[in-house]
Every structure is written in C-alpha cells, then in structure tokens.
Design a protein around this ligand. Structure first.
Ligand code: ADP
Length: 560
C-alpha cells in the first residue's frame, strides 16, 4: 500500500477512534446523570407518598373507632328516635366504643331536626357512668355548629344519598355522623364526637411524623404539622430546623378534615442523594481519567507510528545515499590504483596527484565509516565515556590551534574567546573533540556568503557554556526540533547542495548527554546559527567529594 494512502487511512482511523471515544463518553456521562436524577426523584417521590399516606392515616385514625356505624339498623333507630323510646343496643355499642377511645372526649346525639342547634331545646349526651344517652340542656357551641353544619349539608345531599352514614369534620374539632335511612331517604339523627386536639397532636400525629421521618440529617427531609390560620408549628420531625415558608417544597392538606392544618415539608440533601452524588463525581472522575488515558494512548500510538514510518523512510534514503557515498571514493581510489599498478604513470607530479587522491578519498571513507560506527555504537549503548577533569578553555584552544589552518584554507575566519576564569568540567576529551569537530564541520558546510565562525566560552551559574556561532544558512524554525534526530536533514536548496546523512548532530547530542551536558540551538533562517553546549561546572564540595553527576563522578574515580 502506498505511503500516502496509508497515512490517509491512519488519519481516518484516528478520527473515527476519537469520535467514538467522545460519543461513548457522552453517553456514559448522560446515563450517569440520568441515574443520579432518577435516584433523586425516586427518593423525593417516596417521601411525597409517605406524607400523603400520613394525612390519609390520620383520617383513618379518627374514623376507625366509629366503624360500628355500618352495622346500625336505621329504620329501627329512626323508630326509637321518633317514639322517644330506648335507643337500640348496637347504637350504644358504637357510642361506648367512641367514648372509650382517648381521641374523643364527649359524645352527643340529636334527632334530624336538632332544635338544640338553633338554641331551642336539649340534646342527648353520653353518660359513661350510666352508659346511657341523657338529655342535657347545656349545649356547647362546637356541638351546635358541628351538627348545624352537617344538617345544612345533608339537606342538599339527602335526596340522592346512597349510604347509611356520612361523616363531616368541623374545624372546631368535632366529627359528626349523619345517619340516613336509605329506604325513606330521610336523616335519622346526628351523632357528634368532640375530638381531643392535644391527644390528636401529641399522641398521634407527632409520634407518627417522627417515626416515619427521622431527623433531617438522616432522612433528608424536614416535616412540619402546621396550623396555617395561626401560622404555628404543632409538631415536627426536627425542631432544629425552623419553619420558613420560602424553604417549603411540599404542602399537603388533610383530606376533608382538620382543614386549618397542613403538613409542610422541605427537602434537604438526603444521605442517599449525597451518596449518589458522591458516586456520580467518582464515576465522572474515573471516566475522565480513562478517557484522557485512552485519547493519550491513541494519539501517542498514531504519532509514534508516524515517526517510525518517517524514520524507516529516512533510513531507506540513507542506505541508498550511503551506498552511493561509499562507492564514489572507492571508484576514485580504484581508478587511481589501477593507473598506478599499470605503471603507465611516470610523471612525478601526476604520481603525487594520484597519491593525494587516494589519500583524500580514503580519509573521506574513513570519516564516514567512523561516523557510522559511532552511531551504531551509540545505538547499541556501547559508547565508552571516560571523563577527566579538564579546562574547556584549554581543550578548545588546542582544538582551534590544530584546525585553524584547515578552516582558514576553506576561506573562513575563526575567532575564539575563552572565559575569563578556568572552565573546569568533567569531560571525555575525545568526545569533546568529536563534538566540536561535528559542529565546525556543519558551520563550514552550511555557510555560503558570510564565512566566519566564532567560538566562545563563558561560565553561567553552575554551567560552562561553549557557543559555536556561524553566519550561514540558518535553520528554519519548524525544523529546529528535528535536527538532532538521526537521519534528519533540512529539506531545502542549501542542504541539497551539501553532502551529509543527518548523523552528525545526533552523534553530538548523544556525546553531550553522555558527558552530563546538554545542547541547545538558536538559529535564524538565512542569518546563522549558534549551537550552545552546556556542561556542569566541576567543583569540590566541602568534604572533598565531587558534586558532579553521579555516573560521571564514579567514572572519574576510576580514571584519576
Ligand atoms: P548532516 O550530515 O546533514 O549535516 P547533521 O545531523 O549534522 O547532518 O545536521 C542535520 C541537519 O541540520 C543538516 O542537514 C542541516 O540541514 C542542519 N544543520 C546542522 N548544522 C547547521 C548549521 N550550522 N547551519 C545550518 N544548518 C545546519
């Protein structure tokens, strides 16, 4: 498959991979949130139902002691009421049960007309001692109002009413049962019980609220029994939380009774919701890390594959190049050798020229082979570094002296500025020469008009800086980060003019780092480049131990 197609497929696959990752993550985040929302709403729904049940249960608590009303024989009762004779047995069963329940205080009974309600006659009241209904002339207002209200309502309802009793609640805390003879569609009478409000609040509703809803920090809800006419809290599951209208989330009225009371509630964060939230955040966090890792891995794999491919291409180019480069000097040497062997060349001048050709080409060959070996050694981790304590000023000066004439022969100016104080570092001298040699070789190769090279040394902080500056071709900004890679060559007209394999700087970088230093480049395209070597200054610490990089220091001991 050709390289361009492969690259396109790779980009497409990377895109698809990233899109599916984003899609999967989106879905996951959405479902995590949905789960959390569900947990919250189901927790709220459950509590709302509990509050509703609480109101219904109170109705049941008030009407359950009066369950026997369904057993009454209304025609019999009506007859007894109308003839003013003894009320039937099952009527008394109902009345005594109601009286014995602590939630009711007194029990009254009136005929359908209820003159007492209009202040015009006595009414029957249950006497627990005689266990009989007895006529009393003092009629409390609550009784008059309760029966009076039921009487008015029944006047409207009676013509179509199907059941034998009807229960009415009055805000004055009375409960009235209208008794109906369904055969004649007539009201037989009214049984009224007065409700003990204290008992209802303190012995029934309050315990019911606290047993259903533990305090706010456990249940996540505060519940109040609230009298809205007096704006007064009658009972609560958490006295620590004061009732405020603005924090109220639920307002539940009691069904058809106690209608000046409401149950109010406010949601706080319940432990269940808090746990769900914590788990949501935990999951999101893990998801984010996993996604970052996955994206990182995907992108990393993509780019390393890309790099490997580029390296392979460069290596292939290098092989073709190097074969050519090796063949050229060999061919020159072969031709010169042949001519000499033939004995055809006799002229001394020509003999010398042939000899020089052979010598130069063999040197070129040698340099190339040495470079290749250096790279191979460094790749195999076999580069030997033997650092010794040395003054970089002296080493550089020696290098300059040895190479000055060669450099000048090429039409270059060379300047050297040592540092004012000794620049002591631990360094392998051969390595240092190779490093400088490569940098100078590049400066020579890549300078065309302004042919000058400046070498300078300076101590900066804990480092010695050796700068090799030229005023040549310069390196385009986008290529600068690649020039230390093996086989990399800037692709432009200048480089095309020069011979090279992209190995020099990679060798330099390896050698510099083997000696505990680092190399930096500053370059402006078409203006020139400065390669700067930084080596840590060698200094003796107080106890005499060296304070240099550990591996270098160890080797020093062996060498010195
Ligand atoms: P090469 O054998 O190609 O010179 P190097 O590894 O020494 O290999 O350099 C890598 C590339 O960096 C070169 O091909 C060249 O484009 C660029 N380069 C290195 N030194 C210089 C310099 N002093 N001036 C301009 N370009 C340079």
């Amino acid at each position: 498959m050709n390289w361009k197609k492969l690259l396109t497929y790779r980009w497409i696959l990377l895109g698809l991979g990233l899109v599916s990752l984003v899609g999967l993550t989106g879905m996951n985040v959405y479902s995590l949130y949905a789960l959390h929302e569900n947990t919250i709403s189901s927790s709220f729904e459950k509590q709302k139902t509990q509050i509703n049940d609480l109101a219904n249960e109170s109705r049941y608590r008030l009407t359950s002691p009066l369950r026997d009303r369904f057993n009454l024989n209304m025609p019999n009762l009506q007859e007894a009421v109308l003839s003013d004779s003894e009320l039937p047995e099952n009527f008394y069963t109902l009345v005594s049960k109601a009286y014995e329940d602590s939630i009711f205080t007194e029990v009254y009974f009136s005929d359908a007309e209820c003159k007492a309600c209009d202040g015009d006659g006595p009414i029957q009241k249950y006497n627990p001692e005689t266990k009989k209904m007895e006529w009393v002339s003092e009629v409390p207002d609550a009784v008059k109002d309760g029966i009076g209200m039921s009487r008015t309502r029944m006047r409207v309802l009676i013509s179509e009413y199907q059941f034998n009793t009807r229960v009415f609640f009055d805000t004055h805390r009375s409960l009235t049962i209208a008794m109906v003879n369904t055969h004649t569609q007539e009201v037989v009478g009214y049984l009224l019980v007065l409700i003990d409000e204290d008992y209802l609040i303190n012995q029934h509703l309050s315990p019911l609220i606290t047993s259903t809803f533990p305090p706010t920090n456990k249940s996540g809800i505060t519940v109040w029994l609230h009298d809205w006419t007096k704006n007064e809290v009658l009972a609560t599951n958490d006295p620590e939380v004061p009732y405020q209208r603005r924090i109220e989330d639920i307002n539940q009225s009691f069904p058809e009774m106690l209608n000046n009371w409401n149950i109010k509630a406010a949601f706080a964060q319940s432990p269940m919701v808090a746990a769900s939230q914590a788990s949501l955040y935990r999951n999101l966090f893990v998801l984010a890390i996993a996604v970052i890792l996955l994206i990182g891995a995907l992108v990393f794999m993509f780019f390393t594959a890309q790099k490997e491919r580029e390296l392979a291409v460069r290596q292939a180019g290098f092989l073709a190049n190097v074969t050519h480069e090796l063949k050229t000097p060999l061919a020159v040497m072969q031709a010169a050798g042949e001519n000499l062997a033939d004995g055809r060349v006799k002229n001394e001048e020509r003999l010398r020229t042939y000899g020089k050709h052979i010598y130069d080409e063999s040197m070129r060959l040698r340099r190339m082979i040495e470079k290749l070996l250096d790279v191979a050694k460094s790749d195999a981790g076999q580069t030997m570094t033997k650092p010794v304590l040395a003054d970089l000023n002296q080493l550089t000066e020696k290098f300059v002296n040895e190479n000055e004439s060669f450099i000048k022969d090429q039409g270059f100016e060379l300047s050297f500025a040592p540092s004012s104080e000794p620049a002591m570092v631990m360094i392998d001298q051969d390595n240092y020469e190779t490093i400088l040699g490569n940098l100078i070789e590049n400066a020579l190769k890549y300078s065309f008009k302004d042919k000058s090279i400046d070498i300078s040394i300076a101590k900066k902080g804990k480092n010695v800086h050796v700068d090799v500056e030229d005023h040549g071709a310069g390196i385009p900004r986008e290529s600068q980060k690649f020039i230390f890679d093996k086989f990399y060559r800037v692709e432009d007209a200048n480089t095309a003019k020069t011979k090279g394999h992209g190995l020099g700087l990679s060798i330099v970088k390896d050698l510099v780092s083997n000696n505990g230093g680092e190399i930096k480049v500053k370059s402006t395209y078409r203006k020139g480049s400065t390669f700067s070597l930084h080596f840590p200054v060698f200094f003796e610490s107080e106890n005499g131990a060296t304070a240099h990089t550990k591996h270098v220091a160890n080797e020093v001991e062996n060498v010195i």
